[in-house]
Write a protein that binds this ligand. Structure first.
Ligand code: SF4
Ligand code: SF4
Length: 472
């Protein structure tokens, strides 16, 4: 029985409700009157139900599809302006006891190099990341109670936050580790993590069980209810995601939105972020083995429809995607991207030899962070290294309230410009710096509050003189 408030996975991700929504979407995919009514609702900027959003995703009317894209773009501008937040993943360990069929870290892969960073190696990785200019990391580790127990993760978080190399600092550590207990989530919260990210991979229970034949992750309910336990443990920013390509994308899309609705119904706070990875090549993994792969066109439509359905939820895209695909979807709703990423354990310090490959997936976008920053600015985006909300205690419902009322915008742009300025001073190439100074000057007038604008100008000057870490 479908119940978004239920704490049981099979009830808030109800299979029949998803099938009913897909049937409804099929019945109305060419029904202009229904689609117009949904678009009208969406223009109120309050989001859409999974059922309405599924109709937009299925829509086959070309003119309505153009309206969908235009609305997604407008909502993106209204909520996120032209800012794109940057982050990098940091792989701590690829030891894993699970049997996920789509991931090269699965326990039966005997030829992948297994590595786990020592605290000294983490220090070296973090210094390399700080020297690139990163301020926000996502820690990644496989599930292995012996090699990667929670104590190891907690110690690693402490190490990451403790390193201050030159003007560098990691100011927000997000964590992407296996589903765990409320007590462990409480410990992660106490360690000062930002978002707890856990991808569902697939919401389709049968497929989930087939794709996760062994290991603790094979428990669908325990995995699907993990965000609830994280919330109960006091982590109020949680991130969702599915791995598109494993199951029918329309099924996943509806499940993802139902999960967001569940968090809202049960805790009063929707997901902080949604990630949209697609199955991609990796050691021992052939993406063609998964026959639900999606085209770039469908991928763009998914991004647009998520943007419309949950306007206040950040959307993340990684370097799994090429420059071309990233360019195509940035304006449709993406608010965060990774840059200069290495997806292997220890990859920031040392380029791996091919025979020692420990990467989780092959990166498509190989550019340096400097190149990514310049590329964004050349497309009129403002790259942001902002981490202010988490550090100002603006998390969970406090953050969402500011987000939904769009008041957060008063902080985002000045913070983006100040953190960009820090980046230009400390890390940028001369060419990027020149472009960046122009971008900052061009964006200052868009800070509409005169007092905030004056403060911003003063702080930018102070950053030039060597001061760091201002925030609104
Ligand atoms: S997806 Fe995660 S849990 Fe599964 S094999 Fe890879 S690292 Fe392990
Ligand atoms: S002010 Fe908050 S919402 Fe805006 S970019 Fe910074 S951390 Fe994100």
């Amino acid at each position: 029985m479908y119940d978004p408030k239920s704490m049981k996975a099979e009830e808030f991700i109800d299979h029949q409700e998803i099938l009913g929504s897909l049937a409804y979407a099929d019945a109305h995919k060419s029904d202009a009157a229904v689609i117009d009514a949904i678009l009208e609702k969406a223009r109120r900027r309050k989001g859409l139900s999974h059922r309405d959003a599924s109709v937009l995703l299925a829509c086959e009317l070309e003119d309505k599809n153009q309206e969908i894209y235009a609305l997604a773009e407008q909502i993106k501008k209204d909520f996120y302006g032209n800012r794109i937040v940057l982050f990098a993943p940091l792989y701590l360990s690829n030891y894993c006891v699970n049997g996920c069929l789509y991931c090269p870290y699965h326990a039966k892969n005997r030829h992948i190099a297994r590595k786990k960073l020592t605290q000294d190696e983490i220090r070296a990785e973090v210094i390399a990341l700080q020297d690139m200019g990163h301020k926000r990391l996502a820690l990644e580790a496989g599930e292995d109670p012996v090699n990667n127990p929670l104590e190891y993760i907690l110690e690693s978080i402490q190490t990451v936050y403790s390193i201050k190399h030159k003007n560098g600092a990691i100011r927000r550590v997000n964590v992407n580790i296996a589903a765990t207990t409320v007590e462990n989530y409480r410990k992660l919260k106490e360690a000062g993590i930002g978002t707890y990210i856990l991808f569902q991979e697939t919401y389709h229970k049968e497929s989930y069980q087939r794709l996760h034949p062994t290991g603790p992750k094979s428990n669908y309910a325990y995995h699907t209810e993990a965000h609830d336990r994280a919330m109960q443990g006091g982590i109020d920013d949680v991130g969702l995601g599915v791995l598109f390509g494993l199951e029918l994308y329309r099924y996943e899309f509806a499940g993802l939105l139902m999960h967001a609705e569940h968090l809202e119904a049960a805790f009063g706070v929707g997901p902080h972020t949604i990630s949209v990875p697609r199955v991609c090549p990796a050691d021992d993994i052939d993406p063609n083995a998964f026959d639900n792969g999606i085209s770039d066109d469908i991928f763009a439509k998914i991004v647009a429809c998520i943007r419309i359905a949950v306007p206040y939820t950040g959307m993340i895209i990684s370097t799994r995607e090429s420059q071309k695909v990233r360019e195509r979807v940035l304006h449709l709703g993406i608010s965060q991207i990774s840059g200069g990423s290495r997806t292997s354990v220890g990859g920031y310090v040392e380029e791996e030899k091919p025979e020692e490959n420990s990467a989780q997936f092959d990166v498509s976008d190989h550019r340096t962070l400097d190149e990514i920053v310049r590329w964004l600015m050349e497309m009129d985006y403002v790259p942001s290294f902002c981490t202010a909300c988490y550090r100002e205690g603006r998390t969970g419902d406090r953050f969402m309230a500011l987000c939904k009322s769009q008041q957060i915008q008063n902080c985002c742009l000045p913070n983006a410009l100040m953190t960009l300025k820090e980046y230009l001073e400390d890390y940028a190439s001369p060419e990027t710096r020149a472009v960046g100074e122009r971008v900052i000057a061009a964006n200052i007038p868009d800070v509409t509050n005169p007092r905030a604008r004056d403060t911003l100008v003063q702080r930018l000057e102070k950053i030039t003189q060597g001061e760091r870490d201002f925030r609104f």
